[in-house]
Unconditional design. Structure first.
Length: 333
């Protein structure tokens, strides 16, 4: 993907894509909210008085710089709210996670930012993404530490490959019920067709907020990647309307319930000798059959144990030690 031409973008999209979150701040400050920009690309808007019953919502976009559809969605949602700021019914943090990668039109600069939300980074400790993750961790802690118990994090992405279910989400399995059930139901109203319950951290932003801050968190894949300013926003209409209603305290209730999948196996790249019988062009939720070998790594063989398993996020090109794919099975199947 070529670097985007920011000059040709609508003003709200250009502002958010460049991390200029301050462009949205003034109307909320004028309406009496406490507004802050604790880091580049990070905006927090909260009520002036403590309100424990008020939900705290974190919306993150651009964790991968080439996943631009969510940036456009949130830019237009913020722009509309800025014209009626008193309609904001939650304490809100908006995070444009990887501004440098967005500007470069690249997925990342040195390494995947969505593997940096962990305490140990080994040889990645000096990367651009490690430093940025530290900034986001600090800003996120400050936001949630000042919030009540109702905490939600939607980390919005678009996928780099086709999928049997174009819109799907990962929810950390540690998110407690009934918050998890409410989140899954809300994801259905946002057009999400499938939800994977994920028991393994993996260094993702959403798992970090669930584990460290008790947030009902999800990595939400809204569809396919597209160039900034060139996304077909009609495809994201359900997500747009659901997020806009959520921020106004009027969450939507219509929409089919997503299919729920359990993670039955995580495929980890253990060595440079790792070999996978799938590539980056393999669709998410590709069906597998009992006895299939999905990957080998020295003496380690990843084999399908039962019918009804599916492969998600296959990527043999990840660094050693990282997840190269997950195998899931539909709950109740």
């Amino acid at each position: 993907m070529t670097a985007p031409s920011f000059d040709t973008l609508p003003a709200p999209v250009r502002a958010l894509a460049t991390g200029d979150v301050g462009a949205f701040a003034a109307p909320f400050a004028a309406a009496g909210f406490m507004v802050a920009t604790p880091a580049r690309g990070v905006l927090t808007i909260r009520t002036a008085a403590a309100h424990a019953a008020r939900p705290a919502v974190l919306l993150s976009v651009g964790v991968h710089g080439d996943e631009t559809g969510p940036i456009e969605i949130i830019a237009w949602i913020l722009d509309a709210l800025a014209q009626a700021p008193r309609e904001l019914a939650v304490d809100l943090m908006v995070c444009v996670a990887h501004v440098d990668a967005i500007a470069a039109g690249r997925r990342f600069i040195d390494a995947d930012l969505n593997r940096m939300f962990r305490t140990t980074r080994h040889d990645l400790v000096n990367t651009v993404e490690a430093a940025r993750a530290d900034e986001l961790v600090a800003a996120t802690a400050a936001f949630f530490d000042a919030s009540g118990p109702m905490r939600l994090h939607l980390d919005l992405h678009t996928a780099i490959r086709a999928s049997r279910y174009p819109a799907f989400a990962l929810v950390p399995a540690l998110v407690a019920q009934p918050a998890r059930d409410a989140l899954v139901a809300w994801l259905g109203t946002a057009g999400t067709e499938a939800v994977i319950l994920n028991p393994t951290p993996g260094g993702t932003y959403s798992y970090w907020t669930a584990a460290q801050h008790g947030a009902a968190a999800s990595t939400v894949e809204l569809g396919r990647v597209g160039a900034l300013g060139g996304n077909d926003l009609v495809r994201f209409d359900a997500a747009h309307r659901a997020v806009a209603a959520l921020l106004r305290g009027r969450p939507r209730t219509e929409g089919p319930a997503p299919l729920v999948f359990d993670t039955v196996r995580t495929i980890t790249k253990l060595s440079p000798g790792f070999s996978m019988r799938a590539g980056r062009d393999t669709a998410n939720f590709t069906p597998l059959h009992k006895g299939d070998v999905t990957a080998t790594d020295g003496g380690t063989v990843y084999m399908v144990e039962q019918e009804g398993e599916y492969l998600v996020f296959p990527n043999p090109d990840v660094r050693v030690g990282l997840r190269a794919g997950i195998v899931v099975r539909r709950r109740g199947a």
